[in-house]
Design a protein around this ligand. Sequence first.
Ligand code: NAP
Length: 305
Amino acid sequence: MSVIYDRVALIGLGLIASSMFWAMKRAGLAGEVIGYARSAETRAAAREIRLCDRVCDSAAEAVEGADLVVLCVPVGVMGAVTQEIATALKPGATVSDVGSVKGAVIEAVAPHLPAGVHFVPAHPMAGTEHSGPRSGFAELFDGKYCLIVPIPGSDRDAVDRLERLWQGMGAKTDEMDADHHDLVCAVTSHAPHLIAYTMVGVADDLRRVTDSEIIKYSAAGFRDFTRIAASDPTMWRDVFLSNKEATLEILGRFTEELFALQRAIRTGDGELLFDYFTRTRDIRRGIIEARQDTDAPDFGRVKRG
Ligand code: NAP
């Protein structure tokens, strides 16, 4: 594949930025990739593992001369980071982000961008529970979706070029508006995370079941909640605070369904439970057919020993 941007700047060097770097390298999509992270520790780790062609000590320095700048920091600090880089941006450059929420990020970022700089928000729908500069890998986006969220008046060429970058990194792309994105993600990602956090919290409160029993018997289902509930606390705090409306809407519906199932259990309504679980199993089958997960037993986990 050929170079899509001569110079790319990644602001924030965690899971998503490091995966982007390795994916861009794999396919030769960027002439040069410059990185910046807030802490000296992260910058040192990046230099040690050769994450980015050059790592700068300030965000403004990192974006100088970049054709594409990608904000890869928690949603709650996107606005402040944009303020730091605004005057150093190259005219005609594209600024994008990878934030898990779009409405709040657009509100925070767009007002700080100078005229002549294109803003094309995006969100790769791929991740793991790991974070930091050492957690990334080139294959993270392979076969997964990256949602592109053009804002009114977005430059078509800038949008197409960013889509080609994501496709080159292995992702499929779809476009949608910010409100729709935030609702879709509340259903597919944000509410499930909150439910996982809650379930792990409940087990922790249940003193009649000992800690060692929770761990010993976790493969019965609990373990799969704990993987999601181990995700980065800063990232997820920011996601819920900035996608309030859609998340609360979905949680309201979730609570209603939960009450309906609770009532079915109490009244012994086996038919309702059976029909409900048949419907949910079909959704799982749809996800496998769309190749968004594996149908290998135990989620494809490799057996050890
Ligand atoms: P991460 O691994 O925790 O890395 C976050 C990066 O942001 C780090 O380099 C960190 O710097 C920097 N940072 C944190 N607070 C900052 C601040 N106040 N000012 C400047 N830099 C700051 O996070 P990630 O998982 O890559 O997530 C990055 C973005 O991608 C988030 O907006 C998230 O919503 C989105 N996203 C995440 C996933 C996922 O599953 N993880 C999936 C899709 C999208 P230090 O290391 O120096 O602290």
